[in-house]
Design a binder for this molecule. Structure first.
Ligand SMILES: NC(=O)C1=CN([C@@H]2O[C@H](COP(=O)(O)OP(=O)(O)OC[C@H]3O[C@@H](n4cnc5c(N)ncnc54)[C@H](OP(=O)(O)O)[C@@H]3O)[C@@H](O)[C@H]2O)C=CC1
Ligand SMILES: O=C1O[C@H](COP(=O)(O)O)[C@@H](O)[C@H](O)[C@H]1O
Length: 489
């Protein structure tokens, strides 16, 4: 198996370095890449946030983060020390011109002028413009600088436009890396390989053979410590506008002209532009939103969303939608998209349901065959096919499932998505990041849903924590003779 290459030395400047994302995802991801030999010894991670912390205190926090979020068998004291030595901290209000920029500048000046700089914005998105402007005014944006923007970019099309314009004043589009960590997931990238490296599969990848597609990102966690953010966002903005629509694009896109970033992005944006707009009837029939009530999560009693929040709310923790793509390949194929907090099981997957034959040669009607791409956990593939039951002399059918777990098959650890993406930004490799027009097209498509829900034109449903969601989502599929994957035999 090919080994990942070491990247060039870099200074990674994180705005929002004391936050949940940095501690839970970014620092552990850097640690794993150091452990894989991809991070050079003279690379640096410079954390910034307003909190006045000594470098050593920040290093202690980073150590705690590794203790919590790195697997115990991967936590090696000497490597941790090496990692902590790479870490610096500057207390800085990135949104204010009169802040501690001088300290950041002197630290950056210790590196050669041509050192790659990645500015990672892990703050609230409404600060991205001000931080970019301050970096520019301070002369910190060099030729070798890039900026990574965390999602969500804005809360709607207008705010996304504003943020993109503000950042665009100081960073060229090809230096803007809009992150969507689902694209960093190996099995999401596998959709491209499966489809375009296997002509036999691509030949049946259309309405002629496919009955429906389900894309699910189910979580068992609640809103944890992020209720203040989440209640202003909800599952549609938090997961559908970005991650799930990106996955849908990869499943549905035409073969790109090449694997260059713009070719792949052109193919994806065409899908977003071909999504049938939601009209009044479809908003009522094809969208379901819900909030979890008290129940069980992994066997432990948990409160409902409103109890956690301590007040009433019109924010959904569950979304199920039926999307349709208006092009010849996908005409009439429903794309069911579903995501929620506090469901029964943590699972992200793509389920391709192939059509069963219209007439049967056999004593029974053959059932649909299912191709399941397991994004996480247990990354892999399964394909269920009808076979002959060996105990029956009349050609009775039974399902056989081809199943492969990638990690076992390739004897490799599947990295967290951020590991890949953090270093892709250093490499200046933009394929797995989002172009501005994709963000905008996605906001455009969800806009009528956001509006109808905000105006309560679609009722808020309830589902018990630990269940598979509201019965209205089952009914939405039943109306077309479909069922969710967990209910299929
Ligand atoms: N957490 C997650 O799982 C995910 C988060 N994201 C996105 O990442 C971003 C960060 O999320 P998260 O870490 O959860 O948020 P947190 O609220 O946990 O952290 C916010 C961080 O921003 C810092 N900050 C706030 N204001 C300023 C400022 N003016 N200048 C410099 N730093 C500032 C805070 O530190 P201080 O108060 O000390 O300044 C803190 O470090 C958001 O855009 C979020 O949507 C995306 C995907 C997943
Ligand atoms: O972006 C986000 O993603 C996570 C889910 O990510 P996953 O890799 O664990 O599937 C979600 O919990 C969070 O609310 C959202 O902001």
């Amino acid at each position: 198996m090919t080994q990942a290459q070491q990247v060039k030395p870099f200074d990674y400047i994180i705005f929002g370095a004391t936050g949940d994302l940095t501690m839970r995802k970014l620092l552990p991801a850097f640690y794993y890449r150091l452990s894989a030999g991809q991070v050079p010894h003279n690379a640096r991670i410079i954390g910034t946030a307003r909190s006045p912390l000594e470098r050593s205190v920040y290093q202690d926090r980073a150590r705690d983060a590794l203790k919590r979020f790195v697997q115990p068998h991967d936590f090696h004291e000497d490597l941790v020390e090496q990692f902590l030595n790479m870490i610096h901290y500057v207390s800085l209000d990135g949104s204010k011109a009169e802040s501690n920029w001088e300290n950041l500048r002197s630290l950056l000046n210790e590196s050669p002028q041509e050192q790659i700089r990645v500015f990672y914005f892990a703050t609230a998105p409404n600060l991205y413009g001000a931080i970019s402007e301050n970096l520019h005014k301070e002369g910190l944006v060099t030729e070798e600088s890039r900026v990574v923007l965390e999602k969500p970019i804005g809360i709607d099309l207008a705010s996304a436009d504003q943020i993109n314009n503000e950042v665009g004043r100081f960073f060229k589009e090809n230096n803007v890396f809009r992150i969507d960590h689902y694209l960093g997931k190996e099995t999401v990238q596998d959709v491209i390989a499966l489809r375009f490296a296997n002509p036999a599969l691509e030949a049946v990848w259309s309405a002629k053979y496919i009955q429906s597609v389900q894309i699910t990102a189910a979580e068992t966690v609640g809103v944890e410590g992020r209720a203040a953010y989440y209640d202003h966002s909800g599952a549609l903005r938090d997961m559908v506008q970005n991650h799930l629509l990106q996955v849908l694009c990869l499943v549905a896109m035409e073969q790109p002209a090449s694997l260059e970033a713009d070719a792949v992005r052109d193919a994806k944006v065409k899908v977003l532009q071909s999504l049938r707009p939601m009209d009044e009837t479809r908003l009522k029939n094809d969208t379901v939103r819900g909030q979890y009530t008290a129940g069980q999560s992994n066997g432990i009693a948990v409160p409902g969303y409103l109890q956690e929040l301590g007040e009433s709310s019109n924010t959904e923790t569950y979304v199920a939608l039926r999307a349709e793509i208006d092009n010849p390949r996908w005409n009439g194929v429903p794309f069911y998209i579903r995501t929620a907090k506090r469901l029964k099981q943590k699972v992200s997957e793509i389920v391709i349901r192939f059509k069963a034959p219209e007439t049967s040669l056999f004593p029974q009607q053959p059932r649909s065959s299912l191709l399941v791409i397991r994004i996480q956990p247990d990354e892999g593939l399964s394909w269920s096919l009808e076979t002959k039951n060996p105990l029956d002399d009349n050609f009775a059918l039974q399902k056989a499932t081809l199943d492969v777990n990638f990690s076992k098959a390739f004897d490799v650890r599947y990295p967290d998505a951020y590991e890949r993406l953090l270093l892709d930004a250093v490499r200046g490799y933009p394929v797995l990041f989002i172009r501005r027009d994709e963000v905008e097209a996605a906001w455009r498509w969800v806009a009528p849903i956001m509006e109808a829900w905000a105006n309560n034109e679609v009722p808020m449903t309830e589902y018990k924590a630990g269940s598979w969601g509201p019965k209205q989502a089952e009914e939405m599929l039943a109306a077309r003779g479909d069922v969710w994957h967990e209910d299929m035999e």
